[in-house]
Design a protein around this ligand. Structure first.
Ligand code: UD1
Ligand code: CA
Length: 496
């Protein structure tokens, strides 16, 4: 974990409010979806900023979010991150610029005697620590605090950003937007990151004086520091060194670049701190919210998404995707599996080409082989389904063998029905289990059986529809986990 950010106000300092601007369309994305909803590391941009803001807000005050374009969807994304009621939403009716966006929060904030930290919804990687340092500089500037402190950074290529203009002595004068800058000003490479601390009582009167007299006809928040400076107020500039961290995303090309940075950062931490082997980091995709145990080996083209957890000493073969699932220790997931919302116990084997979904559960040492789909079903410990099967809505006991081509016929066109299979059962190859149906422990179905009625324990059934052929003697060896060798493909012939 990062060091805890130092945002608690020093004695006597105004409390901190946080306002996130997220009402814009993001024209440069060329998308029908609002920019702040585009995903980075599997989460919307706005969710990243919200998480950072809430890490910083230690005073039980809400985080304010200005919404406008696709407001409902943006609110949903915020609520998903902060919880219902975790944010207070401000509506900016028309997107008339960043100054107008902050002005929309006037009723909510102008009377608060607070320090207002303004963040952009499109600057997702800024760290709470950096913001804490910005707030600290703002509050301690010249021993009495500044009217506004802006976060600036030097860029090799400052194109598109607002430039920080200083006088001969290096004191802040104003911010000039790219589109309004002279050729000379465009040469300056100190840029405004769009992250500021304002004294609320000074901010709103200054905002009232902002006019949309500029190349874009917008109300620029960036005019406020210049206005305050001209009034003789103290303007402070916090110059940050990590340009990447504080730069915004305006285009899909930048989004892809950030994705790469975040991804490599996640993998590096897994390798250096987590003891995970990543064979080819250039072609491995692990969510920043995933957890992976040490000595686990990840092959190329693996995607580990969402809040997946993987235990220690696992192997995940090439081309596999695991989403929001829990995987125990010592599990081998072979090539090209898709595992979604499922749970896999210790020492299980899965794949190649297996599909687990909708709360599929495999208990310890269970095996699922190639072209097996498991949906909303539980496989008990040491149970095996090695080839070409569909197991849906099924409860399967321990040490049972599911023969090749077995299908739980769980859907009658209207409803899904359950299948129950006991312990130490041998389901013959190509058995159709017409649900709802139960197969008792230690029973056997012949190859090609169509099981339409419940099968008691210790019984051999076969045929279409399956009929009882004989009672099976209970052998001592059948009970223990170390019982008879389990043939992978059960070959009892129909009618045997
Ligand atoms: C802004 C700054 C620029 C700075 C850059 C850093 C202004 C005028 N310019 O430019 O100096 O270098 O950020 O990334 O502020 N938004 C609203 N309502 C609006 C317009 C924008 O909520 O009416 C939100 C957007 O959703 C976005 C943020 O404000 O999250 C920034 O807006 P954007 O249009 O991206 O500003 P830039 O042109 O990048
Ligand atoms: Ca921007």
């Amino acid at each position: 974990m990062d060091k805890q950010p130092q945002a608690a106000p020093p004695a006597g300092a105004a409390p901190l409010d946080i306002l996130i601007l997220a009402a814009g369309l993001g024209t440069r994305m060329r998308s029908a979806t609002a920019k702040v909803l585009h995903e980075l590391g599997g989460r919307p941009l706005i969710a990243h900023v919200c998480r950072t803001a809430s890490a910083l807000q230690k005073e039980q005050r809400p985080v304010y979010v200005v919404v406008g374009h696709q407001a409902e969807e943006v609110k949903r994304a915020v609520n998903e991150e902060l919880g219902e009621g975790g944010a207070v939403f401000i509506t900016q009716a028309e997107q008339r610029g960043t100054g107008d966006a902050v002005f929309a929060a006037r009723d909510a904030l102008a009377a608060a005697n607070s320090t207002l930290l303004v963040l952009s919804g499109d600057v997702p990687l800024v760290r709470a620590e950096t913001l804490g340092a910005l707030v600290h500089q703002h509050r301690t500037h010249r021993g009495r605090g500044a009217a506004v402190t802006l976060l600036a950074v030097r860029l090799e290529d400052p194109t598109g950003y607002g430039r920080v203009i200083r006088d001969e002595e290096g004191r802040f004068l104003r911010i000039v937007e790219q589109k309004d800058a002279t050729a000379e000003e465009r040469q300056l490479n100190e840029i405004n990151a769009g992250i500021y601390c304002f004294e609320t009582r000074l901010l709103f009167p200054a905002l009232e004086r902002v006019k949309p007299e500029n190349a874009q006809g917008e109300f620029y928040l960036t005019d406020v520091p210049g206005i305050l400076r001209a009034d003789g107020e103290d303007v402070s500039v916090y110059v940050h060194t990590d340009a990447r961290e504080v730069s915004g995303i305006n285009t899909r090309a930048e989004l892809a670049e950030f994705e790469r940075i975040l991804r490599l950062r996640t993998l590096r931490s897994l390798m250096l701190n987590g003891g995970v082997t990543v064979i080819d980091p250039q072609h491995t995709y692990v969510s920043p919210d995933a957890q992976i145990g040490r000595d686990t080996v990840i092959y190329p083209n693996v995607h580990i998404e969402g809040r997946t957890t993987l235990g220690e000493g696992c192997r995940v073969g090439p081309g596999t995707r695991i989403t929001n699932s829990r995987v125990g220790n010592g599990v081998h997931v072979k090539d090209h599996c898709v595992i979604v919302d499922s749970e896999i116990g210790d020492n299980c084997e899965v794949g190649p080409f297996a599909h687990l979904r909708m709360n599929a559960r495999m208990e310890e040492s269970a095996h699922v082989g190639n072209f097996v789909e498991v949906k909303k079903s539980r496989l008990g410990s040491r149970t095996k389904a090695m080839h070409l099967s569909y197991l849906g809505d099924a409860e399967i006991g321990e040490r049972t063998n599911i023969g090749a081509g077995t299908v739980t016929c769980n859907y009658d066109g209207r409803q899904k029905h359950p299948t129950h299979i006991g312990d130490d059962v041998k389901i013959g190859s190509d058995t159709m289990l017409v649900a709802p149906v139960r197969v008792g422990s230690r029973s056997v179905t012949g190859a090609g059986s169509v099981v339409t009625e419940d099968v008691p324990s210790d019984t051999l059934v076969a045929g279409v529809p399956a009929r009882v052929k004989k009672q099976l003697p209970r052998e001592a060896g059948d009970e223990g986990p170390e019982g008879k060798d389990k043939e992978e493909v059960t070959t009892v012939a129909p009618g045997e």
